[in-house]
Design a protein around this ligand. Structure first.
Ligand code: BTN
Length: 278
């Protein structure tokens, strides 16, 4: 089977990166690994060992990239952006979903800044062009019931891939495949971290969580075709189908089913194109 990418010479310049991130907690906390099992695993380990808020672990290649659930994240060298950010936010564990939703908006914003492409957001935070996914986010949490110790937000973006193996090609895409251009991973990383910084400031701001979450809800309604009116199958609680009906006040997706309104807690949501499949 062919490799799913064509490696590009797209190096990172750590000095320039630090300069572009001046004024954020990330500027002095950049850790680049040419190859690593998983930047999320590394960032969680570093967090346990006392690493500071703002640590950014990013890699050219992951040998055991992790996705949500039990999935893997294909992370071949020179192809994607693989980055994990350690945050020690002053928010309650119950509000960490907002951070995860905001991370999706931050990636969307970064991709638009760099490429002018408008991505779709699939709850909670997959990024797609049409039916094909190009970015996934894995948010991992270490918390007591009432106190967040740390959160790691891990982002994988398909940047340079020129093709995918047959079994993935109907579901996966890359920024290259969408535009025919090889975008700089560094530029995307700078835009992403600056955007994520703004999102975290808003969530922790003294004007209150409520205004930040209202803003997140509004932007999701505006930038996602998945929040309302989409026929979906939800892969949890034995699986069920229905039509998406907005987000609840905690940020969870609602689905109107034949048995009433249900709240999607974790599950994979996929579009049901043919009602006969239900
Ligand atoms: C998903 O959609 O399943 C989430 C994928 C998250 C992948 C990123 S790549 C950087 C970070 N390190 C990991 O091992 N996973 C996340």
């Amino acid at each position: 089977m062919p490799s799913q990418q064509t490696p590009q010479h797209d190096p990172f310049d750590l000095t320039a990166l630090g300069q572009s991130l001046a004024g954020t907690p990330f500027a002095e906390n950049l850790s680049f690994l040419p190859t690593i099992h998983s930047t999320n695993v590394l960032a969680m380990q570093q967090a346990d060992a006392g690493a500071p808020h703002g640590l950014v672990c990013f890699a050219d290649e992951q040998t055991a990239g992790r996705g949500r659930g039990a999935h893997a994240w294909q992370s071949p060298p020179g192809s994607g952006l693989y980055v994990s950010v350690l945050l020690r936010p002053s928010i309650a564990p119950a509000d960490v979903l907002w951070l995860s939703l905001a991370a999706g908006l931050a990636v969307r914003d970064a991709v638009r800044q760099v490429t002018a492409l408008e991505a779709d957001l699939r709850w909670p935070n997959d990024l797609l062009f049409g039916p094909k996914k190009f970015c996934g986010i894995l948010t991992e949490l270490n918390a007591e019931v009432t106190r967040v110790r740390h959160v790691v937000v891990g982002v994988g973006i398909n940047v340079h891939q020129e093709y995918f193996p047959e079994e993935l090609s109907s579901q996966a895409t890359s920024l290259y495949l969408e535009t025919g251009k090889h975008w700089s991973r560094q530029e995307i990383l700078v835009a992403l971290l600056n955007s994520l910084y703004r999102e975290t400031l808003a969530l922790e701001s003294s004007s209150g969580l409520a205004s930040a979450t209202q803003s997140i809800l509004g932007r999701l309604e505006h930038s996602s075709t998945w929040v309302r009116g989409k026929r979906v199958h939800v892969d949890e609680a034995g699986g069920y189908s229905g039509v998406t009906a907005g987000l609840d006040p905690r940020g969870f997706l609602l689905v109107e089913t034949a048995d009433g309104l249900r709240t999607v807690l974790s599950g994979g949501v996929r579009e049901l194109r043919d009602p006969a499949l239900e």
